[in-house]
Every structure is written in C-alpha cells, then in structure tokens.
Design a protein around this ligand. Structure first.
Ligand SMILES: Cc1cc2nc3c(=O)[nH]c(=O)nc-3n(C[C@H](O)[C@H](O)[C@H](O)COP(=O)(O)OP(=O)(O)OC[C@H]3O[C@@H](n4cnc5c(N)ncnc54)[C@H](O)[C@@H]3O)c2cc1C
Length: 517
C-alpha cells in the first residue's frame, strides 16, 4: 500500500508545530493533525532557554517570538524562616548561545507563531479539528484512522508517525508504552495574574521560591504584566474549591488584592515525574508531553519537548533523504530518554527541597543549603542544571569532556555587520576549527567530502565579537569540534589527525549503529 505522506504528526501543540515546521523546511511531505481547532488560550509552560531560542532562530521565527519573551529573573529561594538560602540564576554575559540564556514567555502567541510557520510549507498539510482514533503499522508504513471535523472517518497512510499528543497520549496508549514513574506526585494550584498597570502591589522584585513548610509557593515574573504563583495544595484541600476566585485571592492576599490584577488562570495541576519506557515502536515515535512530564521548578517542560523534536527531525530527514542509515533513528530515544531522566532527576531534587512540609526537616534543609555555600546563599545557574547528552550519536573516544555538550554560538562579522554564527553560516554538521589547528586546508577538504561544513573561527578567519569560541576551545583544551545539526558536540580533537579520526568515526556510526552509552 502506498503511503500518502512521509510523516504524520499527531498533536499540533508546541512540539507538533515545531516538528511540522522542521520537516516542512526540509521538504518532507507531512500531515499534522489536532483534535482541537483553537490554540489553548491560557498560559501553561512559561519558561524557555537559549537552546530553544537558537532552534527558533534556525527555523526563522526567533524575531517574531522575542517580543513575547522577557529575561527570566533570578529565582531567590527563601527558607523556613523567610531567610535567603540560595539563588538560581542564568549564566552571565557574554552569553554562550548569543541569546539571553533563560527567558519567560507567553505560550498562546508563541504557539500561534509556530503553527503559522509550519503551515507556510506547501509540503505540510495541517488538519485541525481532526482526531486520531486508532493506528496500526506494518513493515511499510502506518495506517491512521482519523475522524474529520464533520464527523466523517478518514483513513491515511504515513511512512512514520510522531505522537506529540500530550500527556494523555492516545498514540502512547495504542503502542502499549508504559510511563515509568520517577516518583514525584504533588498537587499544586497554578495561578496566572495580569497586573493592573501602575499597581503598587507588594510584589517581590525578582522570582522566588518560598520554601515555607506551611505552604511552599513559587512566584514568577512573566513577560509584561504577567505574574505567576504556583501554590502547593495541602492534604485535605479540595482542588476545585481552591480554584474558586475567593480562595485564590485569599491565597494571594500577602502580595496583592483584586484591585491589583485580573485572574487569567487558576487551575490545579499535578506535578509529576513520568518518562516513557520506550520512545519508539517501529515506525512510530513519541515526543513532548506524550513522552515525559516533569515538575516545572526550573521551567523545562516545553523545552524538553522541543529538544525531542529537534533531535528527531534531523535524524528523520537524514534517513528519508538517504544520507544516514535508518538505524540512526534508534539513537533518538536512547539520547532523549537518558537526557530527560537525568534532568528530571535533578528537577525532582530541587522539587523535594521546595516541597518539604516538616518544619524540623525544613530547618535542617536550610542549614545544609547554606553550608553548601560556605555559610552564605550561593548562586547556581539554570544552565548547569541542564545535563549534556550522555549516549547515542557521539564519539566513543573517552577523554573529551565537551562530548555531548552544546557548542556555543558566537556573534561574528558578516557583510551586514555583526550577526549570529548560524544566521551567517547555516547549520548541519560542522567542523569548527581554531586557527591553532595544523593542516587546516587538507582537513577542511576532507570535511567537505563528507558533507560536513568546515568553519575556522578566530582572528583573520571568521572573526567573533566576544571571544566565546576562543574561550571554549581554551577551556576544552582542543582546537577542533565536530558539531551535529542540533548543535551538540559529537567530539573534539587537539589536532588535524584527531579531527580526521572524528570525521571517519561519524561517517561510520551515522551510517550504522549509534554509540553505546
Ligand atoms: C492543563 C495544563 C497545564 C499546564 N501547566 C503548565 C505549567 O504551569 N507550567 C509548565 O511548565 N508547563 C505546564 N504545562 C505543560 C506544557 O503546557 C507542556 O509541556 C507543553 O504544552 C507540551 O507541549 P506538547 O506539544 O508536547 O503537548 P500539548 O501542548 O499538550 O499538545 C498536545 C496536542 O495534541 C492534541 N491531541 C491530543 N490527542 C489527540 C488526538 N487523539 N488526535 C489529535 N490531536 C490530539 C491536543 O489537542 C493538543 O493540542 C501544562 C499542561 C497542561 C495540559
């Protein structure tokens, strides 16, 4: 049976829309469906980071999205007595990816931009109001049984399917994939307020975690007039009663009154830590909330999902275009599964600190955290909490600390003045060289032969504005980095011979099995 499209995407939320845009950009025939027509109008995810903004920029939508973002203010953690115990902030300038490293954003307009981007490609069909009811796969493709907006059944064949259908994913259920419970399950009330312009409300000047055992609470400064409180629900509290405006204003009364703002959303939400046991079954993949859910304590929920589709899209494109062996697709779940588990584990530890309800244990926690800072509140960065890739399509040479990390993006000279590296030189596999490398010409020629773009960054070559790459090469004690299309470092080398070995290794494993973890 002939396939109607190369890829079908179930769910057109942020993960599905980015997947459709990336596949559309590469000319892959794609169908994206969503059972709802309208974008969910309330804010849900509120934070994104520089890795995701780089992805948006590579898609050509960063300039439209940036007005809906603002820098993520440092989160001050206050202990049981209200004392400052630590801060979680972003890394200082010069910014490693070229953007503010941590941002807050407004989900509805950003989703609208992502949807609009995907629908621009003639090879992408978007079917809204269309629900997946059932799927079955065979050796050649997947048959989708859909219900159209007018209630008519529609049947369609796709070469591959990506289930981006959210937390209660039907795709995941139909594949019989279980969610591994990383053991975190706390009921919280998420409250979004739009401040009255000019309000003199008694609000913290920066974001905060009030680790008060009587009522753990998060405060976030969103973009513009948007402020969010996440308030832990206590045993015996009825979630629906707590969503009532009178209750919500009572909870917010230490900070503001109804005259100071309008309630945008107040909904109870369970903070889970769940990860799909498998990320792929044959021709069908899971991505986004369908594959994982995590507590929102450092704002990584949507970022995780967009990392998934960024990782999967370039591998699917390479496989469908015949430039990589289909076995490369196995590295998707291997890489993303390990990354999500590691990051969720770290978020869970932060969550356990925040959610401590026992006053004595909370005092001991405060003392321990302060002691970790040598007696004063220390600052950790959101960027150091996000791990590297630990397995998958990575060099197997062991002495490379940068392997699996994100390669930085410098601002470089261009014909139009200073601009970001990717905008001037594009993406794909790149061999980034320091001017210190030996046999540069020969190495660059070898890279090109393999479809890898050589870029020498340094004085007299590609001039960078802030020394971000020079500092990186010095810190990693290397002079070459082989970088993947999603900007993760495949491997590093000290000299031309090492770099040639990396190119040969990439060629070998891209065409065959991914590296072991
Ligand atoms: C109620 C709620 C509150 C949240 N609050 C927060 C928060 O406070 N902070 C935070 O960081 N994150 C929050 N999140 C999570 C955040 O919104 C997600 O991480 C992000 O939206 C995930 O994107 P996604 O594309 O993977 O899934 P989603 O945004 O959930 O999109 C999935 C899409 O699939 C569609 N779909 C589902 N089943 C089918 C089907 N059978 N056929 C066709 N289409 C289908 C749905 O209509 C939906 O549009 C919240 C999520 C929810 C649901």
């Amino acid at each position: 049976m002939k396939n109607d499209v190369q890829v079908a995407i179930i769910g057109f939320g942020p993960a599905g829309a980015v997947a459709a845009g990336l596949l559309g950009q590469a000319g892959i025939t794609t169908l994206a469906i969503d059972k709802t027509v309208e974008i969910y109008p309330k804010p849900r995810a509120i934070a994104l980071d520089h890795e995701i903004m780089r992805l948006f920029d590579n898609m050509g939508v960063a300039n439209s999205i940036l007005p809906h973002t603002a820098p993520f203010t440092a989160s001050e953690h206050h202990g049981a007595e209200g004392q400052l115990i630590r801060r979680i902030d972003m890394v200082p300038p010069p910014y490693p990816m070229g953007y503010v490293p941590s941002m807050v954003f407004s989900q509805p307009p950003v989703e609208a931009i992502l949807r609009d981007h995907a629908t621009r490609f003639p090879c992408v069909e978007v079917a809204l109001g269309t629900e997946l009811e059932h799927l079955e796969q065979d050796d050649d493709g997947v048959t989708l049984h859909l219900r159209s907006p007018n209630g008519e059944p529609r049947q369609l064949r796709a070469g591959h399917v990506i289930g981006c259908d959210g937390a209660s994913s039907l795709v995941r259920q139909q594949l019989g994939i279980a969610l591994d419970d990383l053991v975190f399950d706390e009921p919280w009330l998420v409250i979004d307020v739009l401040l009255t312009p000019g309000t003199t409300a008694n609000l913290p000047k920066t974001s905060a975690q009030f680790c008060n055992p009587a009522r753990p609470t998060t405060f976030l400064i969103g973009p513009g007039l948007h402020r969010r409180w996440e308030i832990m629900l206590l045993p015996g509290e009825d979630r629906f009663a707590m969503e009532e405006p009178a209750e919500v204003w009572r909870l917010l009364s230490p900070w503001l009154t109804p005259a100071d703002g309008t309630l945008w959303r107040a909904s109870s939400y369970r903070f889970h830590a769940l990860v799909a046991h498998e990320w792929r079954s044959g021709r069908v993949f899971l991505a986004g909330d369908a594959a994982h859910q995590q507590p929102p304590f450092i704002g990584q929920g949507m970022c995780q999902g967009l990392r998934d589709v960024s990782n999967l899209a370039w591998k699917l494109i390479a496989t469908l275009n015949g430039t990589a062996d289909p076995a490369l697709l196995d590295s998707y779940g291997q890489e993303r599964g390990a990354h999500v588990r590691e990051l969720t584990g770290r978020i869970k530890v932060i969550g356990q600190v925040i959610c401590e309800r026992d006053p004595q244990a909370a005092r001991a926690r405060d003392a321990r955290i302060l002691a970790e800072g040598g007696g004063t509140p220390r600052t950790i960065t959101r960027q150091e909490i996000v791990p590297k890739l630990s397995c998958g399509l990575l060099s197997q040479q062991n002495d490379q600390p940068a392997r699996g990390s994100l390669f930085p993006q410098p601002r470089v000279d261009s014909d139009q003045g200073t601009d970001l590296l990717d905008r001037v030189y594009g993406t794909g596999f790149r061999l980034i060289l320091s001017p210190a490398i030996d046999h540069a010409e020969n190495l660059a020629a070898k890279a090109r032969e393999q479809g890898v773009t050589p870029l020498m960054i340094g004085p007299g070559h590609i001039d960078e504005a802030d020394g971000v790459v020079a500092t990186w090469f010095a810190a990693q004690a290397c002079s070459a980095a082989l970088v993947r299309p999603d900007h993760y470092v495949f491997g590093t080398a000290r000299n031309a011979a090492g770099a040639q070995a990396l190119l040969a290794e990439l060629c070998r494993i891209k065409g065959a099995q991914p590296a072991a973890g």
